[in-house]
Design a protein around this ligand. Sequence first.
Ligand code: FAD
Length: 334
Amino acid sequence: MTAMTRRGFVKGAALTPLAFSPLALGQPAPTSTSEKFDIVIAGAGHNSLITAAYLAKAGYRCLVLEGRPIVGGGVKTAELTLKGFRHDTCSSAHQFLFDNPMLRDKELNLEAYGLEYIFPDPVFHMPFADGTSITQWRDPERTITEFAKFSKKDATSYRKMMEEYESVKPILEAVTYTPIGFGKPLNDRLADHPKGKIWQRRLAMSHWEIVRANFEDDHCRSFMLCAPWGNMPPENPVTGRSAYSTFNQQRTSRPLPKGGSGKLSAKQPGALIQNFVDEVTRSKFRIAKPRLLSRLLVDELERIRQTGSPYSPQTDLSKVVQGTAEKIIREANA
Ligand SMILES: Cc1cc2nc3c(=O)[nH]c(=O)nc-3n(C[C@H](O)[C@H](O)[C@H](O)COP(=O)(O)OP(=O)(O)OC[C@H]3O[C@@H](n4cnc5c(N)ncnc54)[C@H](O)[C@@H]3O)c2cc1C
């Protein structure tokens, strides 16, 4: 397979829906003035919204349907306690998203829609039952001093691991943000790294094996196991990469959208939603309440079946989606 760039993939992926479109089925393509859509997207969590925004940018008319009254899925901010006090309902720190080309390379230009990040300093504070604590600061030297309170060896390990990780991070990121089959696999990329074999071994190890081998003090070990968060069984093989995740936030802090996590997605005023709606006055967003989209899709499938036409996954899927979208639009416009 020839290597494909991420941009090329995004372009290619944007064309995939054509396989299900009336165009591919030999039917007339939707006109830009009608209430017809190329793509219907189920759910308005941030992953759906990002997908919709890229598709809209590529010129597709998308309809995003959300079953809940507020968009954003796990990326929402709401008054959960007292009036005037807004809390993130689930996600809070957009640390991994921050390394994603969408934000890193400003592919969706969300800053222009008011998305602004703050980078807390201190980054992370871990208090212990014995009254001591470790604080991670944006300044690595200050963090290293925190480790040195407990062990000189652990402070040295922190510095060494951080420096080593910097050299391999571009490779790990390139693999993370390249769909499988669209670029060189991890081991091929590591083969070009001077310590590729060592990194292959580290990634195959468990989070705990790496922490135990490098840190002697329990406070330092706890920090390295739980910052940014406790990962699923750290003793499981192939969780070694998690031992280095604390260095992501050492570098970029824990980026928080100003005004709360929901600023990324929320309708009023969320950068993704605004980008999507703006990019295309041609694209639409609807809250499909009170019924969930899946119910509507099933109803529409049933209606088509009752017409007696033989079932074909490709044509019926296309009809079901288009039929459901039309039904919702009719109701919304009524
Ligand atoms: C407590 C908690 C804390 C977290 N903290 C962080 C953090 O700090 N940083 C971080 O990066 N991640 C964090 N996460 C993870 C993050 O929230 C999720 O990875 C992210 O929300 C997933 O987004 P998504 O778009 O894939 O799905 P979701 O956010 O789950 O969105 C799915 C959407 O689809 C809608 N939907 C589902 N079915 C239908 C249907 N049939 N019809 C219509 N609508 C439908 C749902 O209502 C929902 O709005 C946290 C998660 C939790 C639970």
